[in-house]
Design a protein around this ligand. Structure first.
Ligand code: SF4
Length: 407
């Protein structure tokens, strides 16, 4: 997930007391993930969230404390994104967000510099939500896997009914209000033979921003319907077909995986810090902070929030109610996680030719696929980083006449 930090700052965000330890500076926050509730109104069978039947909601005292901790941490130096996530964000009443946004906007510069973002199943979208989304310039992406028979295979209600019709109604409501939107599609085994059908679905429905999430082993989703060792060729064929269809049409659809690959090839420096190190929100401590609805917080991949594991107990590094954010550096679980992530990244640097473009990718995928952060390649990075890069590179070479083999 790539947060949008493209808006230029219009007003200073800082002037708060700073409690960031000297040895960690100059870290800055790129993404604050807030879980307003763990609840989801539907029940996709590949979902990684453990408590999605829990209807409890974040109390405003918890949100207030979270904002105080974040703004006094010294981490707020640039525009950043608040992603309302880790449950269905629109399952929380609109009036809750109205109050929450009012609270957030009392912080200097917040209104101009914070990009709010929802990733939603779309089934609860209505005119009132759209007015709020538009009025607050909230980014919204819908989770739609393609045409009904593919989407409804996994994305069902608790009664086992498909959710495609309601999600499409949500999409139509967004369009009617002229709200820009993207779609994230989970690519499961059932989708792999249907690249053309899925591509046509995007085109027929004027969907021009797409993220393709290859189904992951993550959280409580202990097995993916895909296994890269058996299915890599199918994944490659699926992605190649998507790319070629899009190319034949003049690239009307921004497919995140290929756009990222293209950027990495053409402008590799955009992912680098001024000192030449790779900027990766999921790997750098506190660049991403994830807060559950009770105020517990973690860093690194948002998918780790609230997950119980044998090796690390939970990934809670502290509570916004009782700890400063950097108190986490004294937490043995945080120290162990950071040590293992850094060691895994060194393995990536030593073994992977894509490291300079990837920077080590997602710790949660390493943990859930390989059993440890201290590891390198995963099915996730093969499918979502390496193969898209190989496809785009092969296409560039073919256009330049350097590769006689057509894609
Ligand atoms: S592509 Fe995979 S193996 Fe290579 S650097 Fe990224 S995470 Fe590591």
């Amino acid at each position: 997930m790539k947060p949008s930090l493209s808006n230029a700052p219009k007003q200073e965000l800082t002037d708060f007391e700073i409690d960031q330890p000297d040895e960690l500076r100059p870290l800055s926050l790129g993404l604050l993930v807030i879980q307003p509730s763990p609840f989801c109104n539907i029940n996709c069978d590949y979902c990684y969230l453990p408590d999605r039947t829990d209807t409890r909601r974040m109390e405003f005292a918890v949100l207030q404390k979270t904002l105080e901790r974040v703004f006094s941490s010294g981490l707020v130096q640039h525009p950043f994104t608040i992603l309302w996530h880790a449950g269905e964000p629109l399952a929380v009443p609109l009036r809750w967000y109205k109050e929450a946004f009012e609270m957030i906007n009392t912080y200097p510069g917040a209104k101009e510099n914070i990009q709010h973002s929802f990733q939603s199943n779309g089934t609860l979208l209505n005119d009132a939500w759209c007015e709020f989304i538009k009025g607050n310039q909230v980014e919204i992406g819908l989770s739609i896997d393609g045409p009904a028979h593919i989407h409804d295979y996994h994305r069902k209600t608790r009664k086992g009914e498909g959710t495609h019709a309601k999600a499409m109604k949500g999409l139509e409501t967004l369009k009617r209000h002229g709200i820009p939107h993207g779609v994230v599609s989970v690519v499961s085994n059932e989708a792999l033979d249907h690249a053309d059908e899925i591509y046509d679905f995007y085109r027929e429905n004027d969907i021009n921003g797409v993220g393709l999430n290859i189904e992951e082993v993550e959280g409580v989703n202990r097995a993916s319907s895909l296994e890269v060792q058996k299915g890599e060729e199918k994944i490659r064929n699926f992605l190649t077909r998507m790319y070629m269809r899009n190319k034949a049409d003049g690239f009307p659809i921004h497919i995140r995986e290929f756009e990222t690959a293209r950027e990495n090839i053409v402008q590799p420096e955009i992912n680098l810090h001024p000192d030449g190190s790779f900027a990766n929100l999921e790997v750098e401590p506190f660049s991403m902070i994830n807060v559950d609805c009770f105020g517990n917080f973690s860093s690194f991949s948002p998918e780790l929030l609230g997950q119980a594991t044998e090796k690390y107990t939970t990934f809670n590094f502290g509570s916004m109610l009782s700890n400063q954010i950097f108190d986490a550096t004294q937490n043995p679980v945080f120290q162990r996680v950071l040590e293992d992530i850094e060691s895994g990244n060194r393995k990536c640097a030593e073994t992977c030719e894509f490291f300079q473009y990837c920077g080590g990718a997602s710790p949660s995928n390493k943990y859930y696929e390989n059993g440890t952060f201290d590891s390198a390649e995963t099915m996730h990075c093969r499918s979502m980083i390496q193969i898209p890069m190989e496809i785009v590179l092969a296409d560039f070479e073919s256009d330049l006449g350097l590769n006689p083999e057509p894609l």
